[in-house]
Design a protein around this ligand. Structure first.
Ligand SMILES: Cc1cc2nc3c(=O)[nH]c(=O)nc-3n(C[C@H](O)[C@H](O)[C@H](O)COP(=O)(O)OP(=O)(O)OC[C@H]3O[C@@H](n4cnc5c(N)ncnc54)[C@H](O)[C@@H]3O)c2cc1C
Length: 365
């Protein structure tokens, strides 16, 4: 390692998804010499471009949890940012439906939890039956502050902000190792296009590496033994004659908010994401899972048949084993500071601007 070229920076952010870019943008007012490294040749090619693009209202998360706090604050910051930058969004609202008595109890828990968390615009609303007679359900609640947005333009806008505030992005560069030295963290990086390896020395290190964040967190501090769990979600598109003006969600399950019917900004209908645990990162759609997928949709939209659904795409939720909440693990080692962003699954897009402020508040250099 000692023969490698060394570069000193004030702050290094690993990962060019929405979390890394939002954090780097926020920190660029604190540091003159700040870098973000991303192993792909473009930003936001992984989870940040493989999701539902929903702005979540915040009714599902435990009161006082980081998810609840960051989602509620992030939603307001996000709507304001999108308006200010003229990035497309649609505050279309969403219905959550129950299809059995047991689910109705669960629906009521979501309603009560949402109200307790400050999502006070939820209402029990039965207008779905007349609007969308093809749906089957027992009860439904409406969330008017849920929306959809153009997340691609949002992330690219944040990236431009970061760079115009003096920040630097190195694409195609992968973090291979992290060690501690008397000058701060030593980060071994490889330029994947040239195979050139070099060291970055930084007093502040932010690990927002998504599906790889657990591995890097365990490198940053030997005492860490975080365990990851990948929960895959698949999407199928639907080109039938029915149109939706709002999103339709079933009652949530343990690993997901449920396989919902969502509209994109062009008003096309997409179903997903499903939720099943996988061992590796493989974004191809699994034929074995399609039947389960169709059955889950049919619980609230019985007219949908297997042949109506065209394969879409998939994403993988970066969960932490046994932990439901986001984890922002920050601390100091000798004279350096680190922040690990872990378990940053949904509602990570919605929460990103609030997460960035949370991280900035924890760095006191
Ligand atoms: C199926 C699904 C649906 C979702 N739907 C929604 C939704 O509707 N609304 C919502 O708010 N949230 C949603 N989310 C959550 C949201 O998409 C994520 O929280 C968010 O995109 C995570 O962003 P990230 O930057 O942490 O991770 P990523 O986008 O994965 O970015 C991490 C980056 O780090 C890079 N990287 C990894 N290792 C290294 C390394 N060693 N060196 C350099 N770079 C590295 C990767 O290449 C990647 O670009 C959904 C998630 C999933 C999976």
């Amino acid at each position: 390692m000692s023969k490698l070229e060394k570069f000193e920076v004030d702050c290094l952010v690993i990962g060019g998804g929405v979390s890394g870019i939002a954090i780097a943008r926020e920190l660029s007012s604190k540091f003159d010499n700040i870098f973000l490294i991303e192993r792909n040749n473009q930003i936001a090619q992984e989870t940040s471009s493989r999701n539902s693009e929903v702005i979540h209202a915040g009714m599902y998360y435990d009161q006082g949890s980081l998810k609840s706090k960051l989602c509620l604050k992030g939603k307001e910051l996000l709507y304001d940012y999108l308006k200010e930058r003229k990035i497309e969004f649609n505050r279309c609202g969403k219905y959550i439906v129950s299809t059995s008595d047991k689910e109705s109890e669960k629906l009521n828990t979501v309603y009560e939890n949402g109200m307790a968390c400050g999502v006070d615009d939820l209402t029990y609303d039965d207008s779905l039956k007349s609007k969308y007679p093809f749906l089957r359900y027992n009860e439904s609640i409406f969330s008017p502050s849920t929306g959809i947005f153009d997340s691609h333009s949002f992330i690219h806008s944040l990236s431009r902000d970061f760079q115009s505030q003096g920040g630097n992005i190195l694409l195609g560069n992968e973090t291979l190792d992290v060690t501690q030295s008397k000058n701060g963290f030593e980060i071994l990086v490889e330029d994947k296009n040239t195979n050139h390896k070099f060291l970055v020395i930084s007093k502040v290190l932010v690990n927002s590496a998504g599906l790889n964040a657990v591995h890097i967190a365990n490198l940053i501090n030997d005492a860490n033994n975080y365990e990851e769990e990948y929960v895959k979600g698949e999407y199928y598109t639907y080109q039938g004659k029915e149109k939706l003006g709002s999103l339709i969600y079933p009652t949530p399950t343990e690993n997901s908010l449920g396989l919902h019917a969502t509209i994109d900004l062009g008003k096309g209908i997409r179903f997903g994401p499903s939720a099943f645990v996988v061992d590796e990162i493989d974004y191809s759609l699994s034929k074995d899972q399609k039947l389960n997928f169709v059955e889950a949709v049919q619980t609230y939209w019985p007219g949908i048949k297997e042949e109506d659904l065209t394969p879409g795409y998939s994403g993988i939720r970066p969960k932490l084993k046994g932990i439901k909440d986001f984890v922002v693990d920050s601390g100091g080692v000798s004279n350096a500071q680190y922040v690990n962003i872990l378990g940053y699954a949904s509602p990570g897009l919605t929460s990103s601007l609030a997460l960035a402020i949370e991280v900035s508040n924890r760095i006191d250099i």
